[in-house]
Ligand binder design. Structure first.
Ligand SMILES: [Zn+2]
Length: 155
């Protein structure tokens, strides 16, 4: 089949893990802070349920933490290789400050990325997603969730 969307690209652009076509987030711009975590209940393309169980997204705090640590480690190494560190000037503090600002600015995107990464961990891609049922958690989860929410997007 032609045009299979790549894993990394789909992850970075936060597409649904099941079809890699539908967007996981309603607002394409993560820096609209009021809507940055607004998601449809289901993928608009393949109707994969996003919040697999109540409180599903709590686990993303750990993912988000790991991502920021990883980001800082990478920026530290890049700084070391290009600008370098020295005990006789303030280059280390410059890195600390710039890295902090970057983390702050990228935070909305990190939050989305950690949700995507978390969901990608549980839901695998299906090339034949049109004929294949989306992934659910086994124990009555879907009914449980939808009865409560009325199948409306969670705000
Ligand atoms: Zn989908």
């Amino acid at each position: 089949m032609a045009g299979k969307p790549g894993f990394w690209w789909s992850l970075m652009t936060q597409k649904c893990p099941h079809c890699r076509k539908g967007s996981m987030f309603t607002d394409p711009n993560p820096w609209h802070l009021k809507t940055m975590l607004k998601m449809p209940a289901r993928c608009p393309e393949c109707s994969q349920l996003f919040e697999l169980e109540v409180g599903f997204w709590y686990g993303t705090a750990y993912v988000s933490y790991a991502l920021t640590v990883l980001f800082s480690a990478i920026s530290f190494v890049l700084w070391l290789l290009t600008i370098g560190f020295s005990l006789s000037d303030h280059r280390f503090y410059w890195w600390l400050g710039i890295n902090g600002v970057l983390l702050l600015v990228l935070q909305p995107w990190f939050m989305r990325l950690s949700r995507a990464l978390y969901l990608y961990f549980f839901v695998s891609y299906s090339e034949d997603y049109k004929n294949e049922a989306p992934k659910t958690f086994d124990y009555k989860s879907e009914d449980y969730f939808l009865r409560e929410e009325g199948d409306k997007p969670k705000v």
